[in-house]
Design a binder for this molecule. Structure first.
Ligand SMILES: NC(=O)C1=CN([C@@H]2O[C@H](COP(=O)(O)OP(=O)(O)OC[C@H]3O[C@@H](n4cnc5c(N)ncnc54)[C@H](OP(=O)(O)O)[C@@H]3O)[C@@H](O)[C@H]2O)C=CC1
Ligand SMILES: O=C1O[C@H](COP(=O)(O)O)[C@@H](O)[C@H](O)[C@H]1O
Length: 479
C-alpha cells in the first residue's frame, strides 16, 4: 500500500468539525497505513493552545477507536499547534517556518494540503495569504480542501470563486460535500454503469419517477444563527440533494477521469428546470417549518436558540424537479429534506414503469443512511393454486465485517484528496448551477405570500402539502 508523504495545515483546528470528524478520519488513515512516518499536521486557530494540548484533544477525539495506546500516541505526536489569527499577515511567515522544519523532519517532500475548516467569510483571506506568504510549496503539490457552504447564493459564491482562483487552480481545489463520501452515494455510478440490467433500463422510457429523501430527526441544535440565513434549501438541497440527483440522472462518463464525470454532472445541473412564476413554484415546491411536537417534548423552530420568534426560514423542503433535457423529458425527480422529522434516513427510490395495468412497476431502493442496502422489488407469482402476483424483495446489505471496513465519509474524502482524486469533490460549475436553481426558488418565495408557519409538528413526517405534492402526480412517498 502506498504510504503518502504530506503536511496538512488545518485552519480551524480548535473547532467542532475538527474535534468531531477530522481527527478521527485522519487517525483511521494512519491506522490503515495510508499515512505514517512521513506525515505531520499543523493545527492552527486563535486560541493559545500548545502542541501537547492539541495532542490531548486529538487523543480524546479518537478515544473510542484506539486499540493500541502507544500507536495512538505516536499518531498524536505528528500534530503541532500554532496560534494564529488568519487576518494577521506576519503569522503566515511563522507558519511557513514551522512547515519547513516539519518537512525536513518528516521528509514530506513538499506535499501540502491546506484544510480550511472555519467560517467561509475567512476562506479568501487565508488563500490569499497562503500564496502571498510563500506558504504554498514549490516542490510537491498544493491542495486546498474547503468546507461548505460555498457562498450563500450565486453572487457570493462567484465572488468567493474569483478570490480563490487568484491563488489556486481549479484542479487544486477540493470542495467538500460529505454526502459524496458516503459509501452508497460514492458507489452509485458503479451500480448504474457496471450492471447491464440497470444500465439498459435507466432512462425515461423505463423510469417512471425518482424519489430522493434526506430526512433528519435533529433540529437546528446550536446552529440557529447559521440556519436562520440558510434554511434547508441552502443547507441540504443546494449541495447534497442536487448532487445525489445529478448522480442518478447523469449520462455515463466516457471514462473514470474527474473531468469526464464532472462534465456529465454539470450537464444535468445546468439543465434543471427553473420554475418561472410563483404559481409554478407553488405547484411544484413545498416549504415547511416545524412547530413543537405533539407531546411538547420538542420545541418549535421559532423557540430554538438564536432563532427569530417570527422566523420564516424553512426547515422542510420538497419539490418536483424536472430536467429540461430530451433524455429525461417527462420524468419527475422528487426531492425532499427536513429537520425534526420522524426518522433519520437518506434514501433513493427509482420507480420503474409498470409492464401492464394493474401490475406494480419494479422499484430499486438504495438505502444510504443510517443503514446501507439495495432493495429490488419485483413481481412474482404467488405460490399455490393461483396465478396472482405479489411483490417480492431481493436485497443486499453489507455485513458487519464489511460495514466495519467501510471508510467514513470524511476519511474517504481526505484520502481521495491525498491521492489527488477529484472525482468526489464539486467542480465550481456544479456549485454555480446548484445555486442558480436555489436562488431562483428563493427569489420566487420573496414574491409569494408569506408562508403560514409552523406547518408540521416536530417528529412528524412533514407538512401535509408535501404529501399532496406527490399524491397529485399519482404517487406516494415510499419511506
Ligand atoms: N460542524 C459541523 O458539523 C460541520 C461544519 N461544516 C463547516 O466546517 C467549517 C467549520 O465549522 P465548525 O468546526 O463547526 O466551526 P466552529 O465555529 O466550531 O470552529 C471555527 C474555527 O475557526 C477558528 N477561527 C475563527 N476565527 C478565526 C480567526 N480569525 N483566525 C483563526 N482561526 C479562527 C476557531 O478557532 P478560535 O476561536 O480558536 O480562533 C475555530 O477553530 C465551517 O465552514 C462549517 O460550515 C460543514 C459541515 C458540518
Ligand atoms: O451538511 C449538513 O449535513 C448534516 C447531515 O449530515 P449527515 O451526514 O448526518 O446526514 C446536517 O445535519 C447539517 O445541517 C448540514 O449542514
Amino acid at each position: 500500500m502506498e504510504k503518502h508523504r504530506l503536511l496538512i495545515t488545518l485552519f480551524g483546528a480548535t473547532g467542532d468539525l475538527a474535534a468531531r470528524k477530522l481527527y478521527l478520519a485522519i487517525y483511521r488513515l494512519y491506522k490503515n497505513n495510508y499515512i505514517s512516518e512521513h506525515f505531520a499536521l499543523i493545527g492552527t486557530a486563535r486560541r493559545p493552545w500548545t502542541d501537547d494540548y492539541l495532542r490531548e484533544v486529538v487523543l480524546n477525539s479518537i478515544k473510542d477507536e484506539i486499540d493500541d495506546q502507544a500507536h495512538a500516541e505516536e499518531f498524536a505526536s505528528h500534530f503541532y499547534y500554532q496560534s494564529h489569527d488568519v487576518n494577521d499577515v506576519d503569522e503566515y511567515h511563522n507558519l511557513q517556518e514551522l512547515a519547513l522544519e516539519l518537512e525536513e523532519m518528516y521528509q514530506t517532500k513538499g506535499n501540502r494540503i491546506f484544510y480550511i475548516s472555519l467560517s467561509p467569510s475567512l476562506f479568501p483571506i487565508i488563500t490569499q495569504h497562503i500564496k502571498g506568504s510563500g506558504l504554498a510549496t514549490e516542490q510537491g503539490y498544493n491542495r486546498l480542501i474547503i468546507e461548505k457552504p460555498f457562498g450563500n447564493d450565486l453572487n457570493s459564491a462567484n465572488e468567493l470563486q474569483e478570490q480563490l482562483q487568484v491563488s489556486f487552480e481549479e484542479n487544486e481545489i477540493y470542495r467538500i460535500d460529505h454526502y459524496l463520501g458516503k459509501g452508497f452515494v460514492k458507489s452509485l455510478l458503479n451500480l448504474r454503469f457496471s450492471n447491464i440490467m440497470l444500465k439498459s433500463i435507466w432512462n425515461k422510457e423505463n423510469i417512471d419517477h425518482v424519489q430522493i429523501t434526506l430526512a433528519e430527526e435533529v433540529g437546528v441544535e446550536d446552529r440557529g444563527d447559521y440556519y436562520e440565513n440558510s434554511g434547508v434549501s441552502k443547507d441540504m438541497i443546494q449541495n447534497h440533494a442536487l448532487q445525489m440527483l445529478s448522480l442518478v440522472a447523469m449520462n455515463e462518463p466516457k471514462d473514470d477521469e474527474p473531468e469526464s464525470i464532472r462534465q456529465e454532472k454539470i450537464h444535468i445541473l445546468k439543465n434543471l428546470h427553473q420554475y418561472d412564476s410563483v404559481a409554478e413554484l407553488q405547484e411544484n415546491v413545498v416549504r415547511g417549518q416545524y412547530g413543537a411536537s405533539e407531546s411538547n417534548e420538542y420545541k418549535a423552530y421559532r423557540d430554538e436558540d438564536k432563532v427569530d420568534a417570527e422566523s420564516t426560514t424553512e426547515t422542510y423542503f420538497a419539490a418536483k424537479v424536472l430536467i429540461d433535457l430530451p433524455e429525461w423529458e417527462g420524468t419527475p425527480f422528487f426531492i425532499r429534506s427536513g429537520k425534526r422529522l420522524n426518522g433519520k434516513y437518506t434514501t433513493i427510490h427509482v420507480q420503474f414503469k409498470a409492464t401492464k395495468e394493474g401490475v406494480p412497476g419494479n422499484r430499486l431502493m438504495i438505502e444510504i443512511n443510517p443503514d446501507l442496502a439495495y432493495r429490488l422489488y419485483l413481481n412474482q407469482e404467488t405460490i399455490g393454486y393461483t396465478n396472482e402476483l405479489k411483490q417480492i424483495e431481493l436485497s443486499y446489505s453489507p455485513d458487519e465485517k464489511e460495514i466495519n471496513a467501510m471508510p467514513a465519509d470524511y476519511e474517504r474524502l481526505i484520502l481521495a484528496c491525498i491521492q489527488g482524486n477529484l472525482n468526489n469533490f464539486n467542480h465550481w460549475l456544479e456549485v454555480a448551477h446548484d445555486w442558480k436553481f436555489v436562488d431562483n426558488i428563493q427569489r420566487l418565495w420573496k414574491e409569494a405570500p408569506k408562508p403560514d408557519f409552523p406547518n408540521y409538528p416536530a417528529m412528524s413526517s412533514g407538512p401535509k402539502a408535501a404529501d399532496d405534492l406527490i399524491n397529485k402526480q399519482g404517487f406516494d412517498w415510499f419511506d
